[in-house]
Design a binder for this molecule. Structure first.
Ligand code: SAM
Length: 278
């Protein structure tokens, strides 16, 4: 793709702009433009869509998204050192890339985007999960986004798509699967990144459902699953007693045995419990 967009290779970009990776910003860069284009293709049909990219860094995924036909990309990057490299990409794709220098956790991107909107990001783990939970728990549904295509440590990706009955099943699985369809679409070895992280990574693609699978108030559901999985080894009647004095009756009303543990309860059960507590 270096030839397709006429821009230098990512190794050259990093060298020219002296973008030595900073651990404090969770910087593990993807340098293979074929790989970033492949990730961009996992985000679905980008033509006619605005894409919110969080953490573009030197711009490998940004270039993939633009080359795959995104109508516009809004990229939010915390590290000001990356701005000159991103400006070169904006120049190569006139009118299609806007860059905001700042913390994605503090910026509301909606004023800069027009529907339909897809989200793509390769972010540090803690920022990624924080944003994922925010994107999954707005009061209204459908949300501003049509899909999320996000890179995570593989272990986190497995927690997003996990089914009841195992260790990986928890708050992320319930919140992700309640109002979206979540799949692992790619796995990446540590060597795909520079510097190489210690663990494998995976790309998760979530498509927003038109409506939640089961009715529940998002704030109550979020509180119930956080409490239930915080004490995942305890029986629910003990783990959740802080939520309501008559929690045992409410569990029974929701069709859940008070002696069960959180990881045995399917999504439908948590939604029913959230309704009895709302
Ligand atoms: N997307 C690039 C790639 O795939 O090569 C860079 C990925 S690197 C794992 C994460 C990027 O997120 C870095 O460029 C880092 O500076 C940026 N970043 C970290 N925290 C951020 C935040 N809170 N808001 C916006 N960007 C952030």
């Amino acid at each position: 793709m270096a030839q397709i967009d006429g821009l230098p290779t990512l190794s050259e970009v990093i060298r020219q702009h002296q973008l030595s990776a900073k651990k404090s910003l969770g910087q593990n860069f993807l340098l293979d433009l074929n790989l970033t284009a492949k990730i961009a293709r996992q985000a679905g049909d980008l033509t006619g869509a605005d894409v919110l990219e969080v953490g573009p860094g030197p711009g490998g995924l940004t270039r993939g998204l633009l080359a795959e036909g995104a109508r516009r990309v809004l990229a939010i990057e915390k590290d000001a050192r990356c701005l000159p490299a991103l400006a070169e990409i904006a120049e190569a794709y006139p009118g299609r890339l806007e860059v905001i220098n700042g913390d994605a956790l503090e910026i509301n991107p909606l004023a800069h985007l027009t529907a339909p909107i897809r989200v793509a990001a390769n972010l540090p783990y803690n920022v990624g999960t924080e944003l994922l939970v925010r994107w999954l728990t707005p009061p209204q549904w459908p949300p501003f986004w049509q899909s999320l295509t996000l890179m995570f440590q593989r272990e986190v990706a497995e927690r997003i798509v996990a089914q009841p009955g195992g260790k990986a099943y928890g708050r992320l699985a319930v919140l992700s699967q309640w109002r979206s369809e979540a799949r692992i679409v790619m796995e990446l070895a540590p060597e795909a990144f520079v510097p190489a992280p210690k663990v494998r990574s995976a790309v998760v693609h979530l498509e927003a459902l038109p409506a939640p699978r089961f009715p529940a108030d998002p704030a109550v559901l979020n509180r119930v699953v956080a409490a239930a999985f915080n004490q995942r080894r305890k029986m629910l009647r003990a783990g959740l007693k802080g939520l309501a004095p008559d929690i045992e009756d409410r569990l029974l009303a929701a069709g859940i045995k008070p002696t069960e543990r959180a990881e045995q309860v399917p999504l439908e059960g948590f939604c029913a419990l959230a309704r009895t507590l709302a």
